[in-house]
Design a binder for this molecule. Structure first.
Ligand SMILES: NC(=O)c1ccc[n+]([C@@H]2O[C@H](COP(=O)([O-])OP(=O)(O)OC[C@H]3O[C@@H](n4cnc5c(N)ncnc54)[C@H](OP(=O)(O)O)[C@@H]3O)[C@@H](O)[C@H]2O)c1
Length: 234
């Protein structure tokens, strides 16, 4: 019986789950009966609370996606595991209202490395753990759409556009990959990053995101989607 549960239980790895949307993704999939591997870097009281509620199905791991060796080590620790979902959620926002003339250069460099290069590198390093009918998802943003841009948060938006482009490259370099490759735009959500002015609560975003990811299982190809599974213009 226990073996049967283990065989049928689905597993999600959420990279960057200490707080905000990543923590909510972990909680949502735990609530749906999944096994979750959730990663953090430093302190994560929210994840500790979740572990107290779901100790049998929540594993906590440590990874900093900027540090390639820490991602490689995580992959080694998870060797032999089969993931139904790999979701790279980690991201940062800096110099939000600045433009190239007044932004701190390092903020732009940090966003390009954390939001664009590192998530796709993480996917490259961990993709082999994901089942053939599974989903590889990265949290991008509506702001990553060049076509729809209003100029809001231009540096952050550029890093998400770069993320989208790098995933285009990943998809092109892995033709025939049977897994769904999703660039997920969650809406503007009230978190530390989204701020108090954001239009959506976490509850108005994340359950839809999880429904959308599950709906894409077994559907190969790269798609840029909002939380309602609608295609966004690149
Ligand atoms: N909130 C929104 O309105 C919104 C809209 C569109 C897209 N997004 C995207 O959604 C994702 C989550 O955003 P959020 O609103 O939940 O932001 P948040 O509350 O600031 O949380 C960001 C998460 O990313 C993690 N992280 C940052 N850098 C990392 C690194 N180098 N390695 C591993 N983890 C790292 C943080 O971990 P620590 O606790 O260790 O810092 C934290 O768990 C981001 O990719 C963001 O760009 C957010």
């Amino acid at each position: 019986m226990i073996e049967e549960i283990f065989m049928t239980q689905q597993t999600a790895l959420i990279v960057g789950a200490s707080r905000g949307l990543g923590l909510a993704l972990a909680e949502e999939w735990l609530g749906r009966g999944w096994h979750v591997v959730a990663t953090m870097r430093g302190d994560a009281p929210g994840l500790d609370d979740l572990h107290a509620r779901f100790s049998d199905r929540l594993e906590i791991e440590h990874v900093d996606i900027r540090d390639a060796s820490s991602v490689r080590d995580l992959g080694a620790r998870l060797q032999g595991r089969r993931l139904d979902v790999l979701f790279v959620n980690a991201g940062i926002a800096r110099s939000n209202d600045k433009t190239p003339v007044d932004a701190a250069e390092q903020d732009f460099v940090d966003m390009m490395l954390t939001n664009a290069l590192s998530p796709v590198r993480t996917v490259e390093m961990l993709a082999s753990l994901v089942r053939e009918n599974g989903v590889i998802a990265i949290m991008t943003s509506e702001l990553g759409s060049i076509a729809d841009s209003t100029g809001f948060w231009p540096l952050y938006s550029s890093s998400k556009a770069a993320l989208n482009m790098l995933m285009k490259g990943y998809a092109a370099h892995h033709p025939g990959d049977p897994r769904a490759l999703l660039l997920v735009a969650p809406g503007w959500v009230r978190t530390e990053m989204g701020g108090d002015e954001a239009t959506l609560s976490i509850e108005e975003s994340i359950p839809h995101v999880v429904d959308m990811v599950e709906a894409n299982r077994g559907k190969p190809g790269l798609r840029y989607l909002d939380r309602f599974n609608r295609e966004l213009p690149w």
